[in-house]
Design a protein around this ligand. Structure first.
Ligand code: EPZ
Length: 426
């Protein structure tokens, strides 16, 4: 496995370009199969999860043409409803393929997506949605077999699940009649998916609220769509600028997607301004005085995003005082804290859902390992803020969700070497 060798302590300077949102791209790419002609998706992030999703579409017969940050997808010759199970196991987010397959073919065969390091990640909420839509399914030899075109009607989500909401939308855009989705998640990536589907000819209203209404249409046609900027990547680099007390420009961003994050960072004493340039929006960080610890609890959007819990926690190691971080979404998202403690952060885990950080602590570089996408990125931020050298192994996790994180940070003046394990053995 590859690893990063990071010399911390540098001040950063310059501009970092924010890529398209991973969690929008991973739904809009499968949504293209609902069309009866090719779609073109631009501002696609260059990350391994997107490449896996491309391979999954190829495995069912779609044609995918990757033109750098742009994908051309032709769904007309799809000849299977059983995506490659090895690929599905590697990409939990591929669960959102079930909805479009059912809408178009009335059948899907899907292997149980793997859990991962942040929790069990079951799909029971998704199964409950399909059952409410009249779809029959059974489980055999670690695979789910789905049968039946989803019927329009009232769907009540068992939990405000992002991907279950997206599955419900994609499953019913072609169902004759009106579908109402209650207790829907409201994340910006869901709005981007609905915008794309409406451009294809769907009739979806209410995306971004907790009640979404879909009037089914007979068919959808391919279209072009530009993915929104990644709010989680933007928040990660914003915290990189703050934790290294640097002046960096981050963008493009949609600041409304980060309202509460920006409010919390301001409350801690971080300094930044938001401004327009070439009719896009950017955020610039400035040098700040002492940071003050501020507690957070992660919540469904528009609450504090769980995907920024770990970068924020790393920043809190540099703030005076103590704060409690309450993770309400995932039950296994604290693995990075053990690594942070190796760097001399003062962390007390109270239970699988909350921990206390006391600061400021002087972080000391050492050998640590990345456990999941966001925990790994947070450890890179810790390494930037620490003295001495940090080795972060298993950085494939980071590459899943961040588009060339080392290159973007080195362009700002960081000192990150990407090395292959083999070199180490020589
Ligand atoms: C999406 O995951 C995102 N992934 C996650 O981002 C994000 O953290 C999460 O939403 C919450 O915002 C993608 O969009 C590909 P959930 P999702 O269903 O939809 C439980 C990242 O790093 N649950 O909203 O899987 C689940 O275990 C990733 O970019 C069930 O119990 O999250 C979790 O505890 C990480 N049964 C909670 O609900 C289900 O059937 C919220 O999960 C589904 C979910």
């Amino acid at each position: 496995m590859a690893y990063f060798k990071i010399q911390g302590g540098n001040t950063l300077k310059g501009a970092v370009a924010i890529s398209g949102a991973k969690n929008a791209a991973l739904k809009i790419i499968p949504a293209t199969i609902l069309g009866n002609s090719p779609s073109r998706i631009s501002n696609v992030p260059n990350i391994s999860d997107v490449r896996k999703m491309e391979e999954i579409l190829l495995s069912i017969g779609a044609k995918v043409n990757n033109l750098n940050n742009e994908l051309e997808i032709d769904p007309q010759n799809i000849n299977s409803v059983a995506p490659d199970e090895k690929l599905v196991k590697k990409l939990r987010g591929s669960v959102v393929l079930i909805g479009p397959l059912l809408a178009r073919f009335g059948r899907a065969v899907f292997s149980q997506p793997g859990g991962c390091l942040i929790g069990a990640r079951p799909i029971d909420d998704h199964l409950d949605v399909f059952a409410q839509l009249g779809v029959k399914y059974y489980y055999k030899d670690e695979k789910y077999y789905f049968k039946g075109k989803p019927r329009a009607g009232k769907v009540i989500l068992r939990a405000m699940s992002v991907t279950a909401t997206e599955n419900a939308i994609m499953a019913t855009v072609l169902s004759e009649g009106t579908t109402t989705i209650h207790v829907a998640a409201a994340e910006p990536e869901i709005v981007d998916l609905a915008d794309f589907l409406n451009k294809m000819g769907a009739k979806i209203t209410g995306a971004g609220t907790h009640e979404i209404v879909i009037n089914g249409v007979k068919s959808l046609r391919g279209t072009h769509h530009e993915i929104i900027p990644d709010r989680i990547e933007a928040g990660t680099y914003l915290i990189a600028g703050i934790i290294t007390n640097s002046e960096i420009e981050i963008g493009p961003v949609i600041p409304e997607h980060l309202d509460l994050v920006l409010k919390k960072l301001s409350t801690c004493g971080a300094k930044f301004k938001i401004y327009e340039k070439d009719n896009k929006t950017f955020i610039k960080t400035f040098k700040h005085g002492e940071l003050i610890a501020e507690s957070i609890d992660t919540r469904p959007y528009p609450g504090f995003p769980t995907d920024l819990q770990s970068p924020y926690a790393v920043l809190m190691t540099q703030a005076r005082g103590e704060c409690t971080i309450f993770e309400t979404i995932f039950e296994g998202r604290f693995r990075y804290l053990e690594e942070l403690k190796l760097m001399r952060a003062r962390v007390e885990i109270e239970n699988p859902r909350s921990f206390v950080i006391k600061g400021p602590s002087k972080l000391i570089g050492t050998k640590i390992s990345s456990g999941d996408i966001r925990g790994g990125a947070a450890l890179v931020l810790a390494a930037l803020a620490s003295s001495k050298e940090t080795i972060i192994s298993d950085i494939e996790y980071i590459d899943r969700g961040y588009d060339r994180m080392d290159e973007k940070l080195n362009a700002l003046g960081a000192n990150i070497l990407r090395l292959d394990e083999i070199l180490e053995k020589k």
